[in-house]
Design a binder for this molecule. Structure first.
Ligand SMILES: Nc1nc2c(c(=O)[nH]1)N[C@H]1C(S)=C(S)[C@@H](COP(=O)(O)O)O[C@H]1N2
Ligand SMILES: [Mo]
Length: 532
């Protein structure tokens, strides 16, 4: 029993620690353990909170974490014992752990969707390890009277074990290998927990420092305010994505296995290459510039037709064209190769960064400093281009160069050198796979053609006539636009399609194309079941 409890503690410990490690890599602002702790703090009645603060003072957080460690260890020991007694009983306890973690991460405000599966991962690891250890323990036990019995040696130090096998200490070698195998497995699991714990806390410490700097940062107000959102731009139709995407729901795409942790005080942006004056810009200098605030919808080239790798935010930043004007690009230059702290690069046409559009060296997203996952402290946001050729996060260098001389990260990997966003539209209501009642059926969604603007959205049923949808007012040509249309439909199954046309009168491409090399095309098509 004691060995089973030890197995529980080691297995759950390794799972929790690996979960912390995964979270530290994927989403440094969210730790499953801290999320659960935060949920506990929020849930505890004020009286208890005051009592804890008066008891522990400034060590209250440490006390909470210590208390959580004790509770987790106790439950883990219980899971071990239960699993020893009855297969799956302990695993069930760990599964509940995992679900509590998911719930905590989901409800944390600072959360990011990336962190949600992490507690589940931790739980699965804990379950696999526990199952493994208990199987080895059973093997030892089953080696029968020959074995020294799981309770014969080690646990004696921890108190008398009431295991029957302890009495039967016939010292035959048959049980030895099984015993050794169990102890080795337990040691391996404990080592995973130990090494993982050291790595996780190192990572967590570095992340915590940057998270704290970000938390203390107060961004200046904009010199040029965001365009007001016109009345009616957000349609009231349940199931539509919000017009402005909250940061925690914003899609995240990058090659960074570990989110770069950039201290804003150490951040510098170098402007190099074919310029009259090289520039080195630091964070305070950047914040002192007249900043522009704009709603801009960014999208990923990997967004499938109907996909959700797109989001609209209110960005705050310094127009890149002003920085480039100070640097003075030399004749012949046609590309800006932007580089991130972790070495990723994007190649953006120089003309796009010097024309009148609001390409920003952004520091703010929806009224906050950039989230770590979205490029803290500084990133590029360029209306009209897919992210892979423009939206460099954690940006540290702009090299003015020529497409003939430099290649960006994705270009040799099967993606086109230039990446203008293709006019597209999506049906969000009714949600796929959901059936609706016959009568008047509401359809709705979004359409985008950044920097050209959406002029028209049409819907057709069963390849019939295109019917014009109602278009919500646009925030600007750089943002997506919501649409809706009500159609009378009797019972049956229907194929519904949408297409958008930009303000130049060019409709989106009908021909289906995959995401590579330059973005998917084709009409978003959904099948709708109408019930009588
Ligand atoms: N440093 C860095 N910046 C990057 C990327 C990357 O891999 N590394 N990916 C780009 C891609 S492909 C997209 S679509 C956008 C996504 O930005 P988001 O994660 O803030 O939504 O970031 C861009 N900026
Ligand atoms: Mo992307």
């Amino acid at each position: 029993m004691w060995w089973a409890a030890a197995a529980g503690v080691a297995a759950v410990g390794a799972g929790v620690v690996l979960g912390e490690l995964a979270a530290g890599l994927l989403s440094p602002s969210v730790s499953p353990v801290t999320a659960v702790g935060g949920a506990v703090i929020d849930a505890v009645p004020p009286g208890v909170k005051d009592w804890a603060i008066s008891l522990f003072g400034t060590a209250d957080k440490l006390a909470l974490l210590g208390g959580m460690a004790l509770v987790i260890a106790a439950l883990a020991a219980l899971a071990g014992v239960l699993e020893w007694r009855r297969r799956f009983a302990g695993l069930a306890v760990i599964a509940v752990f995992g679900l509590v973690g998911v719930a905590a991460v989901l409800t944390r405000a600072e959360g990011s969707a990336n962190a949600v599966p992490v507690p589940l991962l931790a739980a699965v690891l804990g379950m696999v390890l526990l199952r493994w250890l208990i199987r080895r323990l059973k093997d030892w036990f089953d080696a029968g009277p020959a074995a020294e019995g799981p309770a014969a040696e080690g646990p004696a130090a921890e108190g008398p074990a009431d295991g029957e096998p302890a009495e039967v200490t016939r010292r035959e070698p048959a049980g030895r290998p099984a015993r050794r195998r169990f102890l080795q497995s337990l040691a391996v699991t404990a080592a995973i927990a130990g090494v993982g714990g050291v790595l996780a806390s190192t990572l967590r410490g570095a992340a915590a420092a940057v998270v704290e700097l970000r938390g203390r940062l107060v961004l200046p107000g904009p010199a040029s305010r965001a365009q007001p959102i016109p009345a009616g731009a957000e349609l009231s139709l349940a199931g539509l994505d919000p017009l402005v995407t909250p940061n925690k729901d914003f899609y995240r795409i990058d090659t960074a296995l570990r989110v770069p942790l950039v201290d804003p005080h150490e951040w510098k942006l170098k402007v190099t290459g074919l310029v009259d004056h090289e520039i080195e810009l630091d964070f305070d200098t950047l914040l002192a510039k007249p900043l522009t605030e704009r709603y801009i919808t960014i999208a990923c080239v990997s967004n499938e037709v109907g996909g959700d790798l797109i989001g609209n935010a209110r960005w705050l930043g310094w127009p890149v064209r002003e920085l480039l004007a100070q640097a003075g690009p030399k004749p012949g230059a046609d590309m800006v190769l932007s580089r991130s702290a972790d070495g990723w690069t994007a190649g953006t046409p120089l003309e796009v960064l010097t024309d009148t559009r609001d390409a920003l060296l952004a520091v703010g997203m929806n009224g906050e400093p950039l989230p770590l996952e979205h490029g803290f402290p500084v990133r590029l946001v360029v209306p009209g281009l897919y992210g892979y050729v423009s939206a460099t996060k954690w940006v540290t260098e702009l090299k003015i160069t020529r497409f003939a001389d430099d290649v960006a990260y994705w270009t040799p990997r099967g993606w086109s050198e230039r990446g203008p966003i293709k006019t597209s539209s999506r049906i969000d209501v009714p949600r796929a796979g959901r059936s609706v009642n016959a009568g008047t059926v509401d359809f709705g969604g979004v359409a985008w053609a950044q920097h050209r603007g959406i002029g028209k959205v049409e819907v057709r049923v069963n390849r019939g006539e295109w019917k014009q949808a109602e278009l919500a007012p646009a925030i600007s040509t750089d943002t997506w636009r919501q649409w809706k249309l009500s159609l009378p439909l009797g019972p049956g199954q229907y194929e519904v399609q949408v297409r958008a046309t930009d303000l130049d009168g060019v409709p989106q491409a009908e021909e289906r194309a995959p995401v590579a090399p330059s973005g998917a095309t084709g009409y978003h098509t959904v099948t709708v079941d109408v019930k009588s």
